[in-house]
Design a binder for this molecule. Sequence first.
Ligand code: ADP
Ligand code: MG
Length: 255
Amino acid sequence: MAFIDMLHIEKSFGSVAVLQDVSLSMDRGEVVSIIGPSGSGKSTFLRCLGQLETIQKGTIRIDGAILVDTPANANEAIYASKEEQQQLLLNMGMVFQSFNLFPHMTVLENIMVAPRMVKGMKEVDILPIAQSLLEKVGLWNKRDVYPSTLSGGQKQRVAIARALAMKPKIMLFDEPTSALDPEFTSEVLRTIKELAEENMTMIIVTHEMAFAREVADRVIFMADGKIQEEGAPEDVFGNPQNPRTQSFLNSMLRV
Ligand code: ADP
Ligand code: MG
């Protein structure tokens, strides 16, 4: 069994089918990049794994535990209990385009709040973890400032540290650099690359093609709610088979 199984996922908003029979199985430590035009369903797919959206059909299994399943003759997906869903959610760290830091909390408080509130950890036990994470993203010296005083790149590095403070088994990134000024992109990508080197299991939706190629073990090209092509980065970028992948990559290289 794979570490993550998302099988035959179907998701509609009203009558609009946004994910149509999308399947992804990942090994522990694997890094998958999802690329594709805007509106193709990339965010929705991530959000289904992160329990921010529910699916109508399919199966999602994380480390052997079933989040949601669709029995053979059922016409609707059946979710695990709220407690089981909550337990699975603890495995996930999520980082979005918008940083979503708590504006009224300092950088350090932003890192410490979830372990304290969700896991009931004691301050003395969280502090060393928070310190090592902020040192890792190079922002320990900013621990006492408020997010509004940080650059976009710094905010996003705090958001990554905050997600890591919950010790997730899987990190999901949805266009983590899209809201950044170009000069701050590389520091965030470097942080994500370091996580890949530490064998964090990650799904990264990105428009940074060079980064996707470099960081991923596997690249998925999505369009119109379907996986159109997937494979090793050197194949998808170097020798795309699907004409839609080819034209998408051409359009990305032109900008
Ligand atoms: P991507 O991340 O690839 O740009 P999305 O997953 O955000 O694509 O969106 C896929 C499709 O689903 C789009 O057509 C979008 O308009 C639609 N969609 C996304 N979220 C919602 C929502 N909450 N309600 C209705 N439609 C949505
Ligand atoms: Mg999106």
